[in-house]
Design a protein around this ligand. Structure first.
Ligand SMILES: Cc1cc2nc3c(=O)[nH]c(=O)nc-3n(C[C@H](O)[C@H](O)[C@H](O)COP(=O)(O)O)c2cc1C
Length: 427
C-alpha cells in the first residue's frame, strides 16, 4: 500500500508535523510513504508545471493521501491553501477522486476544529473517502500514551483502506447562488466623526460583485476611506514558521517586503476595518491567508484591539459556515468587535445596498460608543489556551508574548481569593 503525504509545513523536513508522520512511517513499516513538502516548495510547485504534475501523478497512483499540516491562524498555511487552489485551477481533481484520505495536524488546539472542517470539506469536494482526522498537540509525540493513540490512528487509517470501507460525506457540493449586484442610487453617507476606516480586499478584475460591494461600502462613509488591495502590497511569501518574532515581534521578512509596514502603519491605525473577499474553495483566497498568517509576527498578542471589524463576502457563505467561525474566532482573539458579515447571497441588489449602508452605520456607531460585544466560548477558550501555553510550554520561544501577558494581567489563573470574579473584564 502506498500513502502520499502532502506535508503542509513551510519548515519542510524539520517540521514538527512531519515527525509525527515519520513516527507512523516507522511503525507501519509495510506501508510505503511518499512525502511531498508542499508548503516548503510552493513557489516551485506553482511555477514549474512538472513539479506540480509529479505530485498529482503520485496521488493518482497511491492508495491514500495523508494531509499533514500545522495549524496556521485558525486554518492551514497560506502555501498549503495555494496548493489546494491549484488543484482546481489546473483541473486535476480526478486524481483525488475515490482515494482514501486522512488528516493529521499539529497545533496547540487553537481552532484546530476550523482547520479540520476546512480540510474535510476539501476532501469531500474532491470526492475522497475520508477516513479520519487526528489533531495532535505539538508536544504529544513525547508522551507514550499519545504515541499509542497515534499508532491506533495510523492502524485505523490503513484498515479503512484495506477493507475498502465507504465513508460518509459531511459536506455536499456547493450550489452557486449568483446574483449580479448592481448598486442603486448613492447611499446616505455616515459621518465617521474622525474615526479612520480602512477597507482591505483582494479583488481581481472580473469579480464584479465584490468590487461593487467595496465601492458601495466606501461611498457609505462621509469622509476619506483608505482602500488597499492585497495584490498591490508587496508580500514576498508566507510565514516560514521560523518564530524569530517570538523574542521581540520582529519578523524575518522585515525590510524584505512591504507587509510589516503595511500592517503596522495602515491596518493597526484604523478604527474600523473592513475585510472584503470572495470565497475560493472553502475559504477566502490564499492571498488573504498570507495576510492572516504573516500577521503572526505579533505572535499570540492581539494586535488589533478594540477595532470594529466588518466583512464583505462574495460567494456561497451560507454553505461555508466554517468561514463565519474563523472570522468570529479571529475577531475575539484580536479583542475586536465583529460588527457583521454581509454577503451577496441576497434576493436583490437593493437589499444588499441597504445591508451595506446599515453595516457602515453600525461600524461607526460602535466605534463612537466603544461597543464590543461580550466574548463567547471562542474567545474564552482561546484565551485560556494561549494563557496556559505562553505561561508554560511556549514561554521560552515567545518571550514577547510573555511580557505582554504579564503586563496586561492576562495570567488570570483561578486563585481562591478571586473566586466569583471573572477575567472577562480585561477584554
Ligand atoms: C504563523 C503561525 C500560526 C499559527 N497558528 C496557530 C493556530 O491558529 N492554532 C494553533 O493551535 N497553533 C497555531 N500555530 C502553532 C503551530 O500549529 C504548531 O506549532 C505546529 O506544531 C507547527 O508545526 P510544524 O513544525 O510542522 O510547522 C501557529 C504557528 C505559526 C508559526
Amino acid at each position: 500500500m502506498k500513502i502520499v503525504v502532502l506535508a503542509g509545513s513551510p519548515k519542510g523536513e524539520t517540521s514538527v508535523t512531519v515527525q509525527y508522520v515519520r513516527y507512523l512511517e516507522k511503525y507501519l513499516s509495510k506501508i510505503e510513504f511518499k512525502f511531498f513538502h508542499i508548503s516548503f516548495r510552493i513557489k516551485k510547485i506553482e511555477r514549474d508545471e512538472k513539479a506540480f504534475q509529479d505530485i498529482i501523478d503520485e496521488v493518482q497512483n497511491a492508495d491514500a493521501v495523508l494531509w499533514a499540516f500545522p495549524l496556521y491562524v485558525l486554518l492551514v498555511p497560506a502555501q498549503y491553501k495555494r496548493f489546494i487552489e491549484l488543484i482546481w485551477e489546473r483541473g486535476v481533481q480526478d486524481a483525488f477522486k475515490d482515494k482514501y484520505a486522512a488528516v493529521l495536524s499539529t497545533s496547540i488546539h487553537f481552532f484546530d476544529h476550523t482547520a479540520h472542517q476546512y480540510m474535510r470539506a476539501i476532501c469531500d469536494d474532491l470526492e475522497m473517502n475520508f477516513s479520519g482526522a487526528y489533531s495532535a498537540d505539538m508536544h504529544d509525540l513525547k508522551i507514550p500514551e499519545q504515541q499509542k493513540k497515534l499508532r491506533l490512528f495510523g492502524e485505523s487509517f490503513i484498515r479503512t483502506v484495506e477493507l475498502g470501507s465507504t465513508m460518509p460525506r459531511h459536506f455536499f457540493p456547493i450550489k452557486e447562488t449568483k446574483l449580479d449586484y448592481i448598486p442603486g442610487d448613492p447611499p446616505t453617507k455616515t459621518d465617521t466623526q474622525g474615526r479612520k476606516v480602512v477597507i482591505v480586499h483582494d479583488a481581481k478584475k472580473g469579480q464584479t460583485n465584490l468590487l461593487n460591494m467595496i465601492k458601495r461600502m466606501k461611498s457609505s462613509f462621509q469622509h476619506e476611506v483608505d482602500v488597499f488591495n492585497l495584490h498591490d502590497v508587496d508580500i514576498k511569501g508566507g510565514c516560514m514558521g521560523c518564530l524569530k518574532c517570538g523574542q521581540n515581534y520582529e519578523c524575518a521578512y522585515t525590510g524584505k517586503d512591504e507587509y510589516i509596514d503595511f500592517y503596522n502603519k495602515k491596518i493597526k491605525t484604523a478604527h474600523i476595518l473592513v475585510f472584503a473577499g470572495a470565497i475560493s474553495d472553502r475559504f477566502l483566497s490564499s492571498r488573504w491567508r498570507l495576510f492572516f498568517d504573516r500577521g503572526f509576527f505579533n505572535c499570540h498578542t492581539p494586535s488589533l484591539v478594540n477595532k470594529q471589524f466588518a466583512f464583505l463576502i462574495s460567494g456561497p457563505l451560507s454553505q461555508t459556515w466554517n468561514i463565519r467561525e474563523v472570522f468570529d474566532g479571529y475577531s475575539q482573539w484580536q479583542q475586536s468587535n465583529l460588527v457583521d458579515i454581509v454577503s451577496d447571497e441576497v434576493t436583490s441588489s437593493s437589499q444588499l445596498d441597504e445591508q451595506i449602508s446599515s453595516l457602515a452605520e453600525r461600524c461607526v456607531w460602535n466605534a463612537l460608543h466603544g461597543y464590543k460585544k461580550p466574548i463567547t466560548f471562542l474567545g474564552v477558550g482561546g484565551h485560556k489556551i494561549f494563557r496556559d501555553d505562553v505561561f508554560s510550554n511556549l514561554r521560552f520561544v515567545f518571550q514577547a508574548d510573555h511580557r505582554y501577558f504579564k503586563s496586561q494581567d492576562l495570567y488570570d489563573f483561578p486563585r481562591k481569593k478571586d473566586w466569583g470574579a471573572s477575567f472577562h473584564n480585561v477584554f
